[in-house]
Design a protein around this ligand. Structure first.
Ligand code: PMP
Length: 362
C-alpha cells in the first residue's frame, strides 16, 4: 500500500491533517455554529421543486456567473446593509470558505503576505498555505477586539496584500467597531476582507462593514447562507465588493464551480428569506440568555454578536468538553487556553447544555 509519505506531497503539507470539527452522532450538537432550526415543509417543497426544475437541464453546465442568484443576494444585502448593491458587486461560491480561498488565489500568492489577528478563524492560515501566501498573525486585545495601534503597526511593517478581519469573530463572537475597520481599510495597501459569516446575529446598533463599501474600493465583505439562513448543507457563501474585485475573482474561479442544483436551492432559500431568517431574533435572545447564565455561574463569557459563546476559563478544558460529551452534548474545544465554545441551539438543547455543565463543574 502506498502511504502519504511515498507521494510527492508539497513539503508544507507533510504532517498536516484535514481541518474539521469531529462529526459525532450525539443528541445535542452545539459544535459547528449551525442553525438548529431545519427548514419547514413549505420551504423543503419549494427547494425540491426548484431542484426538479434544475434537474431537467442537468445535461447542460450551470450558469457560470450565477447571475440570478447574485441578483437575489444583492437585493438581500441592500436591504440588510442599507447600502445599494448591484449584481456586479456580488459574487457567490460553495460556502464563504471557497469565496475567501478564491480571494487569496487572486490577491495573495508567492512573495505576498496575508495578515490577521488572533484568536480568529482557524481556516485563514490554511487559505494562505494553499495559495502560497506568507502568513503573519498579529494579536487581538484582551477583550478580543482589535488593538488599533498594534494592527496598524503590523500592517505598516508587513505591507500585506490581504488583511483578514472576522467580524463577528470566530471563536470569540466579537464584532469590531466600524471605526476600527475604517482605519484599517484606510491604512492597508491591499484588499481588506471583513468576514461577516455571522453578520446577521450582531446586536442592534452594530453597523455592518457593508456600510463602508461605497467609499472603499478595496474592501470586501463576505457573508454565508450557512448560519442565519440555516443552509449549511447547501454550501453557499458570497461577497460584496467593487465590481473590479468580482472581476478579479472570476479569473481564478473554476469554470461552473457552483452547480445548477446549488443555485436552485439557494434561490428558493432567498425566496423564503423571511421565514428562514425568522429564527435569528430567537437565537440572539437565547445567546444573550446563555451569556448571562454563564456569568451568573461565575464563569467568563465573551460578549457575543454571533450564534455562539466563548466561555471559560477551565484549568482542564478538555475534561469539561469530555464531560459534556459523555452527557450527550457536543461543544467545541477551541479558542485561547482554558476557553470552550458553545453554539446556540434550541431552548431545549441549551437547557441540556446547562444541566450537563452544572453536573460537570459541580
Ligand atoms: N468564516 C467564519 C468566521 C466561519 O466561522 C465559517 C464557518 N465555520 C466560515 C467563514 C465558512 O463558512 P461556510 O463555508 O459554510 O460559508
Amino acid at each position: 500500500m502506498t502511504s502519504l509519505d511515498d507521494l510527492p506531497l508539497r513539503d508544507e503539507l507533510r504532517g498536516e491533517t484535514p481541518y474539521g470539527a469531529p462529526q459525532l452522532d450525539v443528541p445535542v450538537q452545539l459544535n459547528t455554529n449551525e442553525n438548529p432550526y431545519r427548514p419547514s415543509e413549505t420551504v423543503v417543497a419549494d427547494m425540491a421543486a426548484a431542484v426538479a426544475e434544475a434537474a431537467r437541464g442537468l445535461n447542460r453546465y450551470p450558469d457560470r456567473d450565477a447571475v440570478a442568484l447574485r441578483a437575489g443576494l444583492a437585493e438581500y444585502l441592500t436591504a440588510d446593509g442599507g447600502v445599494p448593491l448591484a449584481t456586479e458587486q456580488v459574487w457567490a461560491a460553495n460556502g464563504s470558505n471557497e469565496v475567501v480561498l478564491q480571494l487569496l488565489l487572486a490577491f495573495g500568492g508567492p512573495g505576498r503576505t496575508a495578515v490577521s489577528f488572533a484568536p480568529t478563524y482557524s481556516m485563514y492560515p490554511e487559505y494562505a498555505r494553499d495559495s502560497h501566501t506568507e502568513w503573519v498573525l498579529g494579536r487581538r486585545a484582551d477583550d478580543f477586539t482589535i488593538d488599533r495601534e498594534h494592527a496598524l503597526g503590523v500592517i505598516a511593517e508587513h505591507r500585506p496584500s490581504v488583511v483578514l478581519l472576522a467580524s463577528p469573530n470566530n471563536p470569540t463572537g466579537t464584532a469590531l467597531p466600524i471605526d476600527d475597520i475604517a482605519a484599517i481599510v484606510a491604512a492597508a495597501p491591499g484588499v481588506v476582507i471583513v468576514d461577516e459569516a455571522y453578520g446577521e446575529f450582531r446586536r442592534s446598533g452594530v453597523p455592518s462593514a457593508l456600510s463602508l463599501l461605497p467609499d472603499s474600493p478595496r474592501l470586501v465583505v463576505t457573508r454565508t447562507m450557512s448560519k442565519a439562513f440555516a443552509l449549511a448543507g447547501g454550501r453557499v457563501g458570497y461577497l460584496a465588493a467593487s465590481p473590479a474585485v468580482v472581476d478579479a475573482v472570476r479569473i481564478v474561479r473554476l469554470p461552473y464551480h457552483l452547480s445548477s442544483t446549488t443555485q436552485a436551492v439557494a434561490g428558493a432559500a432567498l425566496r423564503h428569506a423571511d421565514e428562514l431568517l425568522g429564527a435569528v431574533a430567537e437565537l440572539r435572545a437565547e445567546r444573550d440568555r446563555t451569556v448571562a447564565w454563564l456569568r451568573g455561574r461565575g464563569l467568563q463569557a465573551a460578549d457575543s454578536d454571533a450564534n455562539f459563546v466563548l466561555f471559560g476559563t477551565f484549568a482542564d478544558r478538555h475534561a469539561v468538553w469530555q464531560g459534556l460529551l459523555d452527557r450527550g452534548v457536543l461543544i467545541r474545544e477551541t479558542g485561547p487556553d482554558g476557553w470552550l465554545r458553545v453554539s446556540i441551539g434550541t431552548p431545549a438543547e441549551m437547557a441540556a447544555f446547562r444541566t450537563a455543565l452544572e453536573e460537570v463543574t459541580a
